[in-house]
Write a protein that binds this ligand. Structure first.
Ligand SMILES: [Zn+2]
Length: 473
């Protein structure tokens, strides 16, 4: 029997509509009690942490993470990726199938599950591929993938271009009751673009891809969701057009949903022209009403840590994504954590791979742009990291219900800190937010009752089993 009492925190549990100051008791890996009775139920051998002034939330969930196993362990491993998750406050991840080889068969699913069991420090769920080898030509064995335990299918990193194939995938997925997620991108429009098509791509002389390349496939998915009745979840929405399409479709009752990543609602394509241009053009508002911090984070023009897919968009798109998050059109927040080796990114912009790391910065950036910017209340932000992704993928996670797995994130929404990519525990350092002053940070991560990680600020209370010193008092 091991037990832990989190005393006096602000417990925010959107799944149970709870937001109050309460104690939370964890016993044997499960939530044992929440509220005033929790302290009374704690036995004499219960370890206690004073979490006054902090938020106690269900363990955060990130449903869009590239752990790079199997095949690309120079970039990340299940061990390092899940450690980065724990540091960022995440207790549950869904890993993407675009590995080498792709996760398109039950054997590879079992391999990841085994490795996650052995080396992962947080819960890892697996997404399977829609098509064999993520090649977009032939359906993967969707029924067998479901049996093997995948929680969704996606060709993320790629997008099924053939509409008939996508229709069949949706029909099969519906038959076996499996959500389908899609990286929405029309190849004929995107072609060999390396950034968003607009003013800055023209100025910088880089090949652009238009927002319409995303909008078209979001529209396709809405039509196919309507035709088949299958649920389609559109990954990392980045354009004003796609947010509006999803908003209208949801109003009509189409089974469609979306997610957003902090880089798309914090940065814009101006960032590729360097920090000076970004702060002058689109940087106002990033740090809220407060004046700009000094010194401002700086980076050079053509910095490949600002190259990702979908790309950073215009200020208008960024605002639309924020509005979509604020009005509930976009229910889920995620990182699209995509680690790459330093040498891979240290090349000309055209040749660098797409993607940035995100597990350790996503909570702070989301709190800054949504909560501190007064677009959403704190429980609404927490819901997008907990109850909403759990509901979407039917994960038995994301709540603090009595009896549930004791996955808990303790965070300080007001904590000021500076992110340094050199301090990251991810194996890769390709973050654009190096040196950024951030607000809001996880201070402890608990997975199935085990305190996995905590920072130096955690306040242990004297154990209740009285030692000699206490007796003397
Ligand atoms: Zn993607």
């Amino acid at each position: 029997m091991s037990s832990l009492l989190l005393a006096g925190g602000r417990v925010i549990d959107p799944a149970n509509r709870r937001d109050d100051v309460a104690d939370l008791l964890i016993r044997d890996g499960r939530i044992a009690a929440v509220g005033s009775q929790a302290g009374r139920q704690a036995g004499p051998d219960t370890r206690r942490i004073d979490v006054g002034g902090l938020v106690v939330a269900p363990g955060l969930i990130d449903i869009h993470v590239h752990l790079r196993e199997p095949g690309e362990t120079a970039k990340e491993t299940i061990a390092t990726g899940t450690q980065a998750a724990a540091r960022g406050g995440f207790t549950t991840l869904v890993c993407m199938p675009n590995t080498t080889p792709a996760i398109d068969n039950p054997g590879t699913v079992a391999l990841i599950q085994g490795k996650a069991e052995q080396h992962g420090v947080v819960n890892v769920y697996v997404a399977g591929a829609i098509t064999k080898g993520i090649a977009g030509e032939e359906l993967a064995p969707i029924g067998s993938l479901k049996q093997a335990g995948v929680v969704a299918i996606t060709d993320d990193g790629h997008c099924v271009q053939n509409h008939e194939l996508m229709r069949r995938a949706l029909e099969y997925a519906r038959m076996v009751d499996l959500p389908v997620m899609d990286h929405c991108q029309d190849y004929s429009l995107v072609s060999d673009g390396v950034m968003h098509e607009g003013y800055w791509s023209t100025l910088l002389g880089l090949r652009g891809w238009p927002a319409t390349g995303e909008d078209l496939v979001v529209a396709r998915n809405i039509l196919l969701a309507e035709l088949t009745g299958a649920h389609v979840h559109c990954q990392h929405l980045s354009t004003a057009g796609s947010v509006q399409l999803v908003r209208e479709a949801r109003k009509r009752g189409i089974p469609i949903s979306g997610e957003a990543c902090p880089h798309h609602f914090t940065l814009t394509d101006a960032a590729i022209a360097g920090s000076e241009k970004f702060w002058a053009a689109d940087g106002q508002g990033v740090f809220g009403k407060a004046s700009f911090p000094a010194p401002l984070p700086s980076w050079p023009v053509y910095d490949t840590n600002f190259k990702m897919n979908p790309p950073l968009r215009s200020a208008k798109d960024r605002e639309a994504v924020l509005e979509g998050l604020a009005d509930g059109t976009i229910e889920v927040l995620c990182s699209d954590h995509a680690p790459h080796c330093g040498y891979e990114k240290e090349v000309e912009f055209d040749y660098a791979p797409f993607g940035i790391t995100g597990l350790e910065t996503e909570l702070a950036l989301s709190l800054m742009q949504l909560y501190h910017a007064k677009r959403l209340a704190l429980p609404e932000v927490v819901a997008k990291f907990t109850s909403a992704p759990a509901r979407l993928l039917r994960l038995p996670k994301g709540s603090l219900s009595v009896g549930a797995d004791a996955d808990v994130t303790i965070f300080d929404p007001e904590r000021d800190w500076i992110f340094r990519r050199a301090d990251s525990v991810s194996k890769s350092k390709n973050s654009p937010f190096d040196g950024w002053p951030l607000k809001g940070r996880a201070v402890a991560t608990i997975v199935q009752g085990t305190l996995l990680w905590s920072d130096e600020s955690i306040r242990w209370l004297e154990a209740t089993n009285p030692g000699p010193a206490l007796v003397a008092k």
